[in-house]
Design a protein around this ligand. Structure first.
Ligand code: SAM
Length: 323
């Protein structure tokens, strides 16, 4: 897996300042202008980095979600980007919406023993018995209103969900997230994007991603929703400044160790549900056999090319005095 002393330098930039300025200008009549802070980093990854070994073991979707989480923690060098460390160290509260197997919550509950952590999900895949005592789960549908009082949380967190919800659902969800956040608390989004730079460049991989996008669209969702999030945050009168941190990666072996790890996450296409495969076949007008061939060709192609995918964290602060 590469030369012991070699390293990869990755320059991170997805949003450019012009785009974000445009977003702000588009919305300047709706509320006082927010000033998104765009961060670009260079991370140097040593090929013999021991921490990364963890990511190579996965053979089902829950393991894949755990891997996905630890990859992001590594890239962002933390679990939470919002500046809530002081409050959570003293004792605060955090909500994770659509928590899945709760990898994020299990980690942060251990990190901040004086704080309380809550996870909701529509599927009972969170741990029911073996969990820290400052962590609770509820089976709940995030679109039926969040089952918590106003102003309860220092941080409300939403990860890897935006691609499956509609713009109007997201609008309402942001209102609910803001409602349950304390004044001066934060809402934070963490998402993967996998469409923009690949589309049209790598033929087979682009076709596979197009299938994903068409399936999302057929349910009224938008696989590029993460790019519209800044505009939605700008529109919300109760959110002040927000920050965007982006981490692009090259997928596959040309992206080094991280590229191989994220390819494992993208192997989801090989193990996705029957209903997704049926929908993708319908949208792409291909048979199940042709879908399997497309996935196999796409992953072969990935290793001959340099498709870029990205991770994005966006966090915004609830205003102290709300409108
Ligand atoms: C891709 S998983 C992400 C899980 C977790 N946030 C993570 O990053 O590992 C999306 C999660 O959202 C949950 N979900 C989908 N629709 C939901 C809804 N209406 N209400 C609550 N949770 C929902 C799913 O059950 C699933 O666990």
């Amino acid at each position: 897996m590469g030369n012991k002393n070699s390293s990869h330098k990755l320059k991170f930039k997805l949003f450019n300042n012009n785009n974000n300025n445009n977003n702000n200008n588009d919305n300047k009549d709706n509320k006082q202008q927010s000033n998104p802070v765009i961060k670009e980093d260079i991370i140097v990854i040593n090929d013999d980095d021991k921490d990364l070994k963890f990511y190579f073991n996965s053979d089902n979707n829950i393991h894949r979600q755990h891997n996905h989480h630890f990859l992001k923690k590594y890239l962002f060098q933390c679990n939470i980007s919002s500046p809530v460390n002081e409050n959570l160290t003293k004792g605060g509260a955090v909500l994770d919406i659509g928590c899945g197997p709760a990898t994020f919550l299990l980690e942060v509950a251990g990190q901040y023993p004086n704080s309380k952590f809550f996870g909701i999900d529509i599927e009972p895949i969170f741990p029911k018995e073996i969990k820290p005592c400052n962590l609770e789960f509820q089976l709940a549908d995030m679109f039926q209103g969040l089952p918590f009082p106003d102003n309860m949380f220092d941080l409300v967190h939403l990860e890897t969900i935006l691609f499956s919800i509609t713009p109007s659902q997201l609008d309402l969800l942001i209102d609910e997230m803001v409602r349950v956040t304390k004044p001066s608390g934060f809402i934070e989004f963490v998402e993967t994007h996998m469409t923009c730079r690949c589309r049209g460049v790598e033929e087979k991989f682009g076709q596979l991603l197009r299938g994903f996008e068409l399936v999302a669209n057929s349910y009224g969702a938008d696989s590029d929703m993460v790019f519209k999030l800044p505009q939605l945050l700008n529109k919300n009168p109760n959110i002040g400044d927000y920050n965007i941190i982006t981490k692009p990666l090259v997928l596959g072996k040309n992206g080094g160790k991280l590229g191989i790890i994220i390819q494992d996450v993208f192997n989801w296409f090989k193990h996705s549900s029957e209903s997704f495969v049926n929908d993708a076949c319908k949208q792409l007008n291909i048979t199940k056999e042709e879908y399997d061939q497309l996935v196999s060709d796409a992953f072969n192609e990935v290793n001959q090319t340099y498709p870029e995918v990205g991770f994005i964290r966006i966090y915004g602060q609830k205003k102290y005095l709300i409108n």
